[in-house]
Design a protein around this ligand. Structure first.
Ligand code: ATP
Ligand code: MG
Length: 462
């Protein structure tokens, strides 16, 4: 990043602003609006996608203000490639929708617009106001918070400055103007970008109570950008983490995917654990790990996932969830076997129980929970290869994922290596080779390594 970005030229100083915290405490942080001219930063038009530029230009030409904002500006400033482009404008959603035939209005009360260009979707949001001056007993019907401070509705339009201050982190509140190529910074975001730190705008506790998902976003960006979470922003997280249990499971499912598919899954896992944020997402997994189940398989599969993403490959949500819930499944499966259930019914019972509990935390859409179950069930079929079984298993639609899962189990030390290699060779050899391999089979099951969990207690009847 060129040094010059940060030799700020203050072109205009609009006004000072003091943010209030929700508890009536005054937070002595003042912000100045700053403009960073085109020769002082490295955001070039070539880094912005054609569709995003098209939307910005058309809004401008139609007389509206429109800016690139959020990750699009942040990631370019950091020399990275934005995942997507978000645009903020003073045009209303209906006005935006009227300008683009390829757009749709999303959301019921607070509407945003998706402008669709093939696979690329540009999210256009109308400036929103007032979020940092949350007044919990407001009688304004458009902006309501619950008794816990949770923002229930956020429907007030505002000006650009208000829009900046209701955003989460200062580095996410930078606006790029394609008309004069300036960056507008209302919350000292450039300064925090320079120090590589995530700082919430306003009083952290109030902002987390308004929307607990901001705690997950802090961790996600910290892992992805390699940023520190600034001490005051970090301080309340551990204690407030349980507030995530108030978030609808469907939203948490989306957040889990974002957390683990940004290419830094293992680092994200460590941060989630450190800040007590894993428990609201995967309560049964955390309980099982605390009771002695190893989490090596989770780490190993996140390592693999990170490597896949680095190679430009995709990640399947069902594989991710199969791994994240494996310690919980193991604990429940062992518990049932210790209680005398045979292996197979114990597995099926455990699968039902683990999924049933998980969907109370994060939803798992059926199109993912089905394949996830199959990956687990196939773990029992993979050792049984005699006769025609190996061929039947190999033709299962989920064979490939189940085989990958087996390799991860071996790499994580849960089971002795060997079976994975056998399957690797079986897939590579010709028909005669396969016959030979089957006739050489002596034992039916992989040797289990000593279970690295605490000895099972006498059946804890429930
Ligand atoms: P990325 O797209 O790389 O995940 P991003 O910062 O663009 O990162 P988005 O989820 O696309 O994140 O959101 C776009 C912008 O909207 C953010 O940069 C931030 O300014 C604002 N925003 C998103 N979620 C919240 C939230 N929960 N609270 C406050 N502001 C938010
Ligand atoms: Mg974005």
């Amino acid at each position: 990043m060129p040094k010059s970005i940060f030799t700020l030229v203050e072109q205009s100083v609009d006004k000072f602003r003091t943010l209030m915290s929700g508890n009536g405490k005054k937070k002595a942080r003042t912000f100045q609006r700053r403009e960073i001219s085109r020769d002082q930063h490295n955001v070039s038009r070539s880094a912005i996608s054609e569709p995003a530029k098209k939307v910005l230009h058309r809004l401008n030409k139609s007389g509206y203000e429109a800016y690139l904002v959020g990750g699009g500006v942040r990631d370019i400033l950091l020399g990275g490639k934005p995942k997507d482009f978000d645009i903020a404008t003073n045009a209303t959603p209906e006005e935006v929708h009227d300008l683009f035939r390829n757009s749709r209005l999303i959301g019921r009360r607070f509407r945003i617009v998706h402008v669709v260009f093939g696979r690329e979707v540009i999210e256009v949001t109308t400036f929103r106001g007032n979020a940092t001056e949350a007044d919990t007993d407001t009688d304004d019907d458009d902006r309501k918070t619950s008794e816990h401070g949770l923002l229930l509705r956020d429907n007030v339009y505002g000006n650009q400055e208000e829009d900046a201050l209701r955003r989460d982190f200062t580095v996410n509140a930078l606006y790029y103007c394609i008309r004069d190529f300036t960056i507008i910074d209302f919350a000292d975001g450039i300064e925090d970008l320079r120090h590589r730190q995530l700082r919430l705008i306003g009083d952290p506790e109030t902002r987390y109570r308004e929307d607990p998902v901001r705690m997950l976003r802090a961790v996600r960006f910290a892992a992805k950008l390699g940023f520190d979470i600034e001490p005051e922003t970090e301080a309340p997280i551990r204690e407030l983490a349980p507030l995530l249990t108030h978030i609808p499971p469907a939203r948490l499912f989306d957040e889990v995917l974002k957390l683990f598919s940004a290419g830094h899954g293992e680092a994200t896992y460590d941060l989630l654990t450190r800040y007590n944020l894993l428990a609201p997402l995967f309560p049964e997994t955390v309980r099982a790990i605390e009771a002695g189940e190893p989490d090596e398989l989770i780490r190993q599969s996140l390592k693999n996932t990170d490597a896949r993403i680095a190679q430009g490959k995709s990640v399947t949500p069902y594989f991710l969830f199969a791994a994240m819930l494996w310690p919980a499944l193991q604990a429940e499966w062992h518990r049932r076997q210790d209680n005398g259930d045979p292996v197979q019914p114990a597995l099926h019972g455990a699968i039902g129980k683990v999924i049933g509990r998980q969907v109370q935390a994060t939803s798992i859409p059926k199109r993912f929970s089905g394949p996830m179950k199959e990956i687990w069930e196939l773990q029992m079929r993979l050792p049984r290869r005699q006769g025609k079984r190996a061929f039947a298993t190999m033709s299962h639609p989920r064979f490939r994922a189940a085989y990958d899962f087996l390799l991860v189990r071996e790499a994580s030390g849960e089971i002795e290596p060997g079976l994975g290699q056998w399957w690797t060779e079986f897939q590579q050899t010709d028909e005669r080779g396969q016959e030979r391999m089957l006739s050489q089979l002596t034992s039916d099951a992989p040797k289990k390594r000593k279970r690295r969990r605490k000895p099972a207690q006498k059946p804890a009847q429930q």
